[in-house]
Design a protein around this ligand. Structure first.
Ligand SMILES: Nc1ncnc2c1ncn2[C@@H]1O[C@H](COP(=O)(O)OP(=O)(O)OP(=O)(O)O)[C@@H](O)[C@H]1O
Ligand SMILES: [Mg+2]
Length: 243
């Protein structure tokens, strides 16, 4: 069945308040850190993490009205690295061997990312990438953490991909849907609360349409369900996305 590896996207909505610039919920991050720690000792051999921009990156890009200027690029990278340091510090304090990896440094060789991440995971480390400003042939762009998560899960042949968000899963009429096909899921999402420059929940799901069938388990959960999504065959919480 292959390696017991998981890719986890820590949504900025799970540990920041995206309607308040630079706000941070350290308790939420600690809860996530404890769940990751326990999953590594109970059921997983490796975890790769990607965190989102939350009230840091999304806010900075919105304030600049996009990423067209050098100022906007520098400041987005600066504040995302700051957030990455906070995430990594909290995870280390929770006993997770986390190592921050700068996404923007992969300019021109995005296809190398999974090999680099793999090298860390093979040594028992937990690489922590993030949604970031990125140089492309067209100019400066936002590289979404969700996009990185889908691609890494596919390229690393991870057993599980988990999106942790500020709500308990995919909501339909205010209730968490327990299982849904990815094409159906797209029909029930609306826009996000607060700043989001990468399209929120709708694009999170849309980005996986062609990749989902290559990943055995895909979950969207709240932080309290992270451990179950990683370690239990039938979690009693969150949403399981099916191809
Ligand atoms: N049908 C829905 N079900 C669940 N969440 C939804 C739905 N429609 C909109 N949302 C919003 O989408 C949010 C998750 O997407 P969003 O991009 O805002 O956060 P994130 O990806 O966790 O954060 P970041 O982009 O900073 O990593 C939820 O917290 C919720 O507010
Ligand atoms: Mg998002």
């Amino acid at each position: 069945m292959g390696r017991a590896w998981a890719v986890v996207k820590l949504g900025g909505s799970a540990f920041t308040d995206k309607s308040k610039p630079f706000s941070l919920d350290r308790r939420a991050l600690e809860m996530i850190g404890r769940a990751l720690r326990k999953a590594l000792s109970d059921c997983l051999e490796g975890i790769a993490l990607i965190h989102g921009g939350g009230s840091f990156g999304h806010y900075v890009v919105s304030e600049h009205g996009g990423l067209s200027s050098r100022d906007a690029f520098c400041q987005t990278v600066f504040f995302m690295r700051e957030l990455n340091q906070i995430v990594v510090e909290t995870l280390i304090l929770c006993g997770v061997p986390a190592v921050g990896i700068d996404t923007h440094a992969f300019v021109g060789r995005l296809e190398d990312m999974s090999r680099v991440v793999e090298a860390y995971m093979e040594r028992g480390l937990v690489p922590v990438l993030y949604g970031d400003a990125f140089i492309t042939a067209k100019g400066f762009e936002v590289l979404s953490g969700d996009f990185i998560a889908w691609r890494l899960a596919r390229d690393l042949r991870a057993r599980t991909l988990v999106f942790v968000t500020g709500v308990g899963g995919l909501l339909k009429d205010g209730e968490v849907v327990r299982r849904i096909r990815i094409s159906e899921a797209l029909k029930v999402v609306s826009s996000s609360r607060g700043y989001d420059v990468t399209g929120g929940m709708a694009s999170k799901i849309a980005m996986g349409i062609d990749i989902a069938r290559e990943i055995p388990r895909i979950h969207i959960v709240g932080k309290e369900c992270l451990y179950q999504a990683l370690c239990e065959e039938e979690p009693s919480c969150g949403t399981r996305l099916e191809p």
